[in-house]
Structure formats: structure tokens, C-alpha cells
Design a protein around this ligand. Structure first.
Ligand SMILES: Nc1ncnc2c1ncn2[C@@H]1O[C@H](COP(=O)(O)OP(=O)(O)OP(=O)(O)O)[C@@H](O)[C@H]1O
Length: 249
């Protein structure tokens, strides 16, 4: 589904990602761990094609096609969707209008989706303007439901969300990953795939992860069982990254 090969990225001339190699298999959920400033968000932003993330070398393959130099629009059309940590305020753009443009699909039931995410009263408001942290997450999820991408890039979906809402957000993500898919192939357990950044691992109470990666200082340190990685990080922090790299790479 997604293959990142030797990807090196700079922001303003500073190297942020260094020869990153990472794979997300079709229908699988991959988790990206790493300390603050490791480059996790930069990786997701680069994958989506946002400007300012200068690809110095390497390749991004999506469904077997080289998308390294495609625009954000082209990537979205091919099935990449993102929930960023800090989406911009879209003053003058109502949420209902944005969802309509994104869905571009008459079969998407906006009323049902907005009701499910408790976003009905936000549909006539400007996107993200004055939204709380949790409301922004729900709005982003509504937009992702409308887009129905093949690969969900989720940057800390639980951050800023209270303990009750995390259940709603977690189960919605799980449903989206398991739902109707443009990418489904019968023999896979589900069609949609995800690359999720999480610090706390709370989202993993609702979404079953398949593979984990740890990124430190822009370098992939190890790949392994995500639940074991999380346990190790909680017990010993990220110092173990170095040992892990020595052991596995
Ligand atoms: N627009 C930018 N201009 C300059 N530096 C940037 C920019 N965006 C990110 N960086 C830098 O790139 C590095 C990686 O940032 P990134 O946000 O990807 O880290 P992260 O692993 O997602 O961290 P966190 O867990 O705190 O969210 C940081 O040192 C950050 O300051």
C-alpha cells in the first residue's frame, strides 16, 4: 500500500528525516512512536505532500506508484487522507460546504455522519474557528469519513480529547478502517490502512495495531510488535531506541 524508501527530508535547510524506510501493508494499521521533535509529524506532512517539507532524496510509493512529487490534491485523489495535529482555521468556509466538496459522492450521508460524531451544530460554522481540541478532532474525522481514503494518516488522534470522547473517536477510527473501501481486496482482513502517531497509545484500546516503528532524531530505530514497543517505552522511555537499533538493523 505505502512504501517509503530512503526518504531524507529538510525543512528550511535542516535535515529532519534521514533515510527513512517504512512500509504500510494493505489493510494493516502501523503505529509510529517517537519522542517530541523526532520528525513524526514531518513524515506524515511529507507523505501528504505539504509544502515546506523538501525531499532531498528517496521515494514514496503508494499502491505501487511513485507519488514523491505529486501535489496534495493528486495524493488525496489517489486515496491518502490526513488528520493533522493543528489543522488551520478556514474562516469563511462552512463545515457543511467543505464536507460536501470532500465527499464528491452522493452516497455519503452527511446528516448521519455528522449526527454520529455529534457535529450537527457545527455544520454551519466556519471550519475550526473557535472549535475546541476535541471538536477539531471530530471535525477532522467527519472530513475523513467524507473522503473515505485508502490510507489514513492520523497524527495523535487522542491529543486534546477527554476520556469520554476518546472512546467515540477511537471507535469511529476503527469503524472507518473497517468500513467500505475503494481499496478492498477480498483476502485482506480489511481494505483501509492506517499510519497512526500516538504518544499515549490510548487509540490502541480501540484500533488493533499490526506493526510499530520507533523514530528518533529523524531516523527509524526499530520495527516490531507495537504493543510490546509501547510497554517498553512506558517502562524505560526512548533510551531503548539505540539498543533496539543495534539489535535489529
Ligand atoms: N515549519 C517548520 N519550520 C522549522 N522547523 C520545523 C517545522 N516543522 C517542524 N520543524 C522541526 O522539525 C522537527 C520535527 O518536528 P515534528 O513536528 O515532526 O516532530 P514530532 O516527532 O511530530 O514531535 P511531537 O511528538 O512533539 O509532535 C522539530 O525539531 C521541529 O521544530
Amino acid at each position: 500500500m505505502l512504501e517509503i524508501k530512503d526518504l531524507t527530508v529538510e525543512i528550511g535547510g535542516r535535515k529532519i528525516l534521514n533515510k527513512v524506510n517504512l512500509k504500510v501493508e494493505q489493510g494493516s494499521t502501523t503505529v509510529l512512536f517517537g519522542p517530541n521533535g523526532a520528525g513524526k509529524s514531518a513524515l506524515l506532512m511529507t507523505l501528504m505532500g505539504f509544502s515546506g517539507y523538501d525531499i532531498v532524496s528517496g521515494q514514496i510509493l503508494f499502491k505501487g506508484v511513485d507519488i514523491t512529487h505529486l501535489s496534495v490534491n493528486e495524493r488525496a485523489e489517489r486515496g491518502l487522507g490526513i488528520m493533522t495535529q493543528r489543522p488551520p482555521n478556514l474562516t469563511g468556509v462552512k463545515l457543511k460546504d467543505l464536507v460536501k466538496v470532500i465527499s464528491n459522492d452522493h452516497s455519503f450521508d452527511t446528516d448521519a455522519a455528522s449526527k454520529k460524531l455529534d457535529m450537527e451544530r457545527f455544520m454551519d460554522r466556519d471550519v475550526n474557528v473557535g472549535f475546541s481540541g476535541g471538536e477539531i478532532k471530530r471535525s477532522e474525522l467527519l472530513q475523513l469519513s467524507a473522503q473515505n481514503p485508502c490510507l489514513y494518516l492520523l497524527d495523535e488522534p487522542e491529543s486534546g480529547v477527554d476520556l469520554v470522547s476518546i472512546e467515540e473517536i477511537g471507535t469511529t477510527i476503527d469503524e472507518l478502517l473497517s468500513s467500505r473501501s475503494k481499496c478492498s481486496v477480498d483476502h485482506y482482513k480489511r481494505g483501509n490502512s492506517a499510519l497512526i502517531i500516538t504518544h499515549t497509545g490510548q487509540v490502541l484500546d480501540y484500533v488493533e495495531p499490526d506493526v510499530g516503528y520507533i523514530l528518533c532524531n529523524g531516523v527509524v530505530m526499530c520495527r516490531g510488535n507495537p504493543r510490546e514497543m509501547l510497554k517498553e517505552i512506558k517502562a524505560h522511555g526512548y533510551q531503548e531506541c539505540i539498543k533496539c537499533k543495534q539489535a535489529t538493523l
